[in-house]
Design a protein around this ligand. Structure first.
Ligand SMILES: Cc1cc2nc3c(=O)[nH]c(=O)nc-3n(C[C@H](O)[C@H](O)[C@H](O)COP(=O)(O)OP(=O)(O)OC[C@H]3O[C@@H](n4cnc5c(N)ncnc54)[C@H](O)[C@@H]3O)c2cc1C
Length: 442
C-alpha cells in the first residue's frame, strides 16, 4: 500500500487521515502545533464554526457525525439586531422547513474528534510539534522541524498532501517548482476580532440560543454563535483602516463609545468587552485561488491550502471536508493510478471552490447590509413560499449551498436562472395588474 505524508492536522487534515487510514494506506500526519487535547488551541482562529450538510455527510462517512453533533447547538435562523437602542430583534428562519438548521460547533472539540478518528487506525501516526519548512516535490520529501527539540528531520512518502491551511508551506513549494502554477490571493479591507458574551448567572444563554445573531451595520457587522457552556462567541468584522475602524479605535473610551453607538443591546452582555478588544488579535480575511492542486502522483492540496475563502457563507470547513470525500472517491476509483486520482479530484473540485469563493464574498454584503432591509426579508419570504409551492423545482441559493450537496458551481448557476425567472415573472405580473387596473378605470 502507498505511503502518504500529510502536513497539517487541522480540521481537514485529521479527517483526511481517517479516510486514508480506512483505505489501508500508511499515513504519517505532521502538525506544527501542540496536540489540541493539551488545550493550546489555535489562537486567533474562530472558536466556533457553523457545520452543515456537506460537512455532516463527510463526518457520517467515517462514522463520527453523531459524536460531533452531540456537542453542537442547532441554529435555526438569523436573529437580526437592527441599529438603534430601541430596535426589536427579528428572527428569519434559514429554511421553510423548520427542521433544517446549521450547527454551532467548537473548533477544538471538532479537531480533537477528527484526530481521534484517524488515530483509531493503527496505520495512521500523528506527530505534533512538527513544522514543515518546505517540500521537495519530486522525491517527494517534506523537510520538518521538531519544534520541541529544534531538530530538523525529513519525511519521504509516495505522496505528500498539503492540508496545512491558507498559508500552506506545501503550496509554496509547488509554486516555486511548477512553472505555470497559477496563484491569486486577495484580502478584504475588513479584519475580524473575536469577543465573548459569557454565560448568564445560571449558566444559561443570555440571548436566543438556537440562532446565529447578526448586527448588520451596512459597511461592517458583528455576529454571535452560541457555545455549549452558555456563552456566545461574537465576531466583529470591521474595516482595518478609515475614520471609524480598528486603526482609529485605540483607547478604552473609543471601544466603549463605538459599541454603545452600534451594538447597544450587546454591551450589557459583554462585561469583558474592552479587555477582549484589546487582547484578542485582529485577523485578516483572505481568498486564495490556485491551480493545479496536484503535482504528478506526488503532491496534492486539500482544504484551505487549495482554496481559502472568506467565512461569510460558513462553508470553508464544510468545503474542506467535502474535498476529503471527493479525494477518497477518486483514490478508490483509480487505486493503481494516483496521478489520475489527483487529476480527477482537482477537476471535480476546482470550479466548485471558485464558485464558493465568489458566493462567500457576495454573502458578506448580504449579511452586513441586506439582512437589515425589508426588501431582503420579503425576498426571503418569497423564496420560502416558492420553495414550498414548487418542491424540488425551486430551491433558494442558501438552501442549495447549506442543506444539500449540490455542487457549489451548479447551485450558483441554478440560483441565477431562478432569480431571472422570478424577476421576469414579477415584471409580467405587474404589467398584467397595471393593464387590469387601466381597464377597470376605463
Ligand atoms: C473567522 C472565521 C470563521 C469561520 N467560520 C466558518 C464556519 O462557520 N463554517 C465553516 O465551514 N468554515 C468556517 N471558517 C473556515 C474554516 O476555518 C476553514 O475553512 C477550515 O479551518 C479549513 O480547514 P483546513 O484543515 O484546510 O485548514 P486549517 O483548519 O487552517 O488547518 C491547517 C492546519 O495545518 C497546520 N499547519 C499550517 N502550516 C503548517 C506547517 N508549515 N507545518 C505543519 N503544520 C502546519 C496548522 O497549524 C493547522 O492545524 C471560518 C474561518 C474563519 C477565519
Amino acid at each position: 500500500m502507498a505511503k502518504f505524508v500529510l502536513i497539517g492536522s487541522g480540521l481537514a487534515g485529521g479527517l483526511l487521515a481517517a479516510y486514508l487510514g480506512r483505505r489501508g494506506y500508511e499515513v504519517a500526519l505532521y502538525e506544527r502545533r501542540a496536540d489540541p487535547r493539551e488545550g493550546n488551541m489555535v489562537g486567533g482562529r474562530s472558536i466556533n464554526l457553523a457545520l452543515s450538510t456537506r460537512g455532516i455527510h463527510a463526518l457520517e462517512q467515517i462514522g463520527i457525525a453523531d459524536e460531533v453533533l452531540k456537542h453542537a447547538i442547532p441554529m435555526r435562523g438569523r436573529m437580526i439586531h437592527p441599529a438603534g437602542a430601541e430596535a426589536r430583534t427579528i428572527f428569519a428562519p434559514y429554511d421553510v422547513d423548520p427542521n433544517k438548521h446549521i450547527n454551532s460547533i467548537g473548533r477544538a472539540a471538532l479537531n480533537t474528534t477528527v484526530i481521534e478518528a484517524a488515530q483509531r487506525y493503527p496505520n495512521v501516526h500523528v506527530k505534533f510539534n512538527h513544522k514543515c519548512t518546505g517540500v521537495d516535490i519530486d522525491s517527494p520529501t517534506a523537510q520538518l522541524l521538531n519544534t520541541s527539540t529544534s531538530q530538523p528531520l525529513s519525511a519521504s512518502a509516495d505522496s505528500i498532501i498539503g492540508v496545512d491551511g491558507a498559508f500552506s508551506a506545501v503550496r509554496q513549494s509547488m509554486q516555486l517548482k511548477i512553472g505555470n502554477f497559477e496563484y491569486d490571493e486577495s484580502y478584504l479591507a475588513h479584519g475580524y476580532k473575536e469577543l465573548t458574551i459569557p454565560p448568564g448567572p445560571n449558566g444559561g444563554w443570555r440571548m436566543e440560543k438556537e440562532a446565529l445573531h447578526i448586527w448588520p451595520r451596512k459597511s461592517f457587522m458583528m455576529i454571535a454563535l452560541p457555545n455549549p457552556d452558555g456563552s456566545f462567541t461574537c465576531t466583529l468584522f470591521w474595516e482595518f483602516e478609515g475614520p471609524r475602524s480598528f486603526a482609529t479605535t485605540k483607547t478604552d473610551d473609543d471601544v466603549r463609545r463605538f459599541f454603545e453607538e452600534e451594538f447597544p443591546d450587546a454591551v450589557p452582555l459583554m462585561p469583558n468587552l474592552v479587555d477582549d478588544f484589546k487582547n484578542n488579535p485582529t485577523g485578516s480575511l483572505v481568498t486564495i485561488r490556485c491551480a493545479p492542486w496536484f503535482y504528478k502522483d506526488k503532491v496534492a492540496l486539500v482544504g484551505d491550502a487549495a482554496h481559502a475563502v472568506v467565512p461569510f457563507y460558513g462553508q470553508g470547513m464544510n468545503a474542506a471536508f467535502e474535498d476529503c470525500v471527493v479525494l477518497d472517491e477518486c483514490l478508490a476509483g483509480f487505486p493503481e493510478d494516483r496521478q489520475r486520482a489527483f487529476a480527477e479530484y482537482f477537476q471535480r473540485r476546482k470550479a466548485n471552490a471558485d464558485a464558493l469563493a465568489d458566493l462567500a464574498l457576495e454573502n458578506f454584503i448580504e449579511m452586513r447590509d441586506k439582512t437589515a432591509s425589508r426588501t431582503f426579508r420579503a425576498k426571503k419570504k418569497l423564496d420560502h413560499f416558492l420553495e414550498a409551492a414548487l418542491p424540488g423545482i425551486y430551491m433558494p441559493l442558501y438552501t442549495m449551498v447549506t442543506f444539500t450537496r449540490i455542487p457549489y458551481a451548479t447551485a450558483a448557476h441554478r440560483a441565477r436562472i431562478q432569480d431571472a425567472l422570478v424577476y421576469a415573472g414579477l415584471i409580467v405580473a405587474m404589467i398584467l395588474l397595471l393593464a387590469l387596473a387601466i381597464r377597470l378605470l376605463r
